[in-house]
Design a protein around this ligand. Structure first.
Ligand code: ADP
Ligand code: MG
Length: 224
C-alpha cells in the first residue's frame, strides 16, 4: 500500500466570476521513504498540491488516501490531528512565530500534542543541539540568519517525528551554499526513512531527488 495515494484530484479556486483550475485530474502514488522533487513554473499548482498533501486544503473532487485512510472526509479537527502527528512542513518564508524564541518555537508542536513539560524540555534541547542551534535557543527569529531560521523550522517540523516532510521552496530565501546545507539536512532525514517531498523551481536542487514530478498548468506532465 502506498503511503500517499491521490486519485483524480481537482482543485478549482473561484475569484469573482473567474475560475482557476489549480489542479486537474491529478493522480499520484508515493511509497514510504521516497524523495520527490515537485518542479514546474510559477502558477503550475505546486503549492496547491503540497497544501492538499499536508491537509491544509481540500480538493473539490477526488480522493486522498493517506496510509490507506481516506482523509478528504475527515473533520477539520481530525485533519489537524493527522497533520500534527504525521506531517512536518517547511516553507520558503520559514513561518516561525516572530515573538517566540527558537526554543519556544520548537516547543509549540509538543505543547499542542500535550507532551508533558519535562519531556518537552528534553526534546527541545536535543533538537537545538542536533541542528547546531544550542547557542541560539533564546534568540527570536529576527535575531537569526536565514539559514538558522530554516534550521529552526526544520527542527520544528521534525520534533514530532513525522512520517513525511513537505517542503515548499525551502531554499527560496537562502543563498546557494546555505540552501545546499538545508537540502542536506532534509536529505539526511529522508535517509533515516522519512518521506520527503520538496517543491523547487531550481533544477540543480530538483536533480538531487530520486524522483521528479513536473507540473504544468495544474497537470502532472512528467513523473520519473
Ligand atoms: P505554484 O506553487 O506552482 O506557483 P500555486 O499552486 O500557488 O502555484 O497556484 C496555482 C494556481 O492557482 C495559480 O494560478 C494561482 O494563482 C491559483 N491559486 C492558488 N491559490 C489560490 C487561492 N487561494 N485563490 C485563488 N487562486 C489561487
Ligand atoms: Mg508555490
Amino acid at each position: 500500500m502506498p503511503q500517499i495515494e491521490l486519485r483524480s484530484i481537482e482543485r478549482v479556486f473561484t475569484l469573482g466570476d473567474s475560475e482557476v483550475h489549480a489542479l486537474r485530474s491529478l493522480d499520484l502514488a508515493v511509497e514510504t521513504g521516497e524523495y520527490i522533487a515537485i518542479m514546474g513554473p510559477s502558477g503550475s499548482g505546486k503549492s496547491t498540491l503540497l497544501n492538499l498533501l499536508g491537509l491544509l486544503d481540500r480538493p473539490n473532487s477526488g480522493t486522498y488516501l493517506l496510509e490507506g485512510r481516506d482523509v478528504t472526509t475527515l473533520t477539520a479537527e481530525e485533519q489537524a490531528r493527522v497533520r500534527r502527528e504525521r506531517i512536518g512542513f517547511v516553507f520558503q518564508s520559514f513561518h516561525l512565530v516572530p515573538r517566540l524564541t527558537a526554543a519556544e518555537n520548537l516547543a509549540l508542536p509538543l505543547m499542542l500534542a500535550g507532551i508533558p513539560h519535562g519531556e518537552r524540555s528534553r526534546r527541545v534541547a536535543q533538537a537545538l543541539k542536533d541542528y547546531g542551534l544550542a547557542s541560539r535557543a533564546d534568540h527570536r527569529p529576527d535575531q537569526l540568519s536565514g539559514g538558522q531560521r530554516q534550521r529552526v523550522a526544520i527542527a520544528r517540523a521534525t520534533i514530532m517525528h513525522p512520517a513525511m516532510i513537505l517542503a515548499d521552496e525551502p531554499t527560496g530565501n537562502l543563498d546557494r551554499a546555505t540552501g545546499e546545507d538545508v537540502m542536506g539536512l532534509l536529505e539526511g532525514l529522508n535517509a533515516s526513512g522519512v518521506t520527503l517531498i520538496v517543491v523547487t523551481h531550481d533544477a540543480v536542487l530538483g536533480n538531487r531527488a530520486r524522483r521528479r514530478v513536473a507540473m504544468e498548468d495544474g497537470r502532472k506532465v512528467e513523473d520519473r
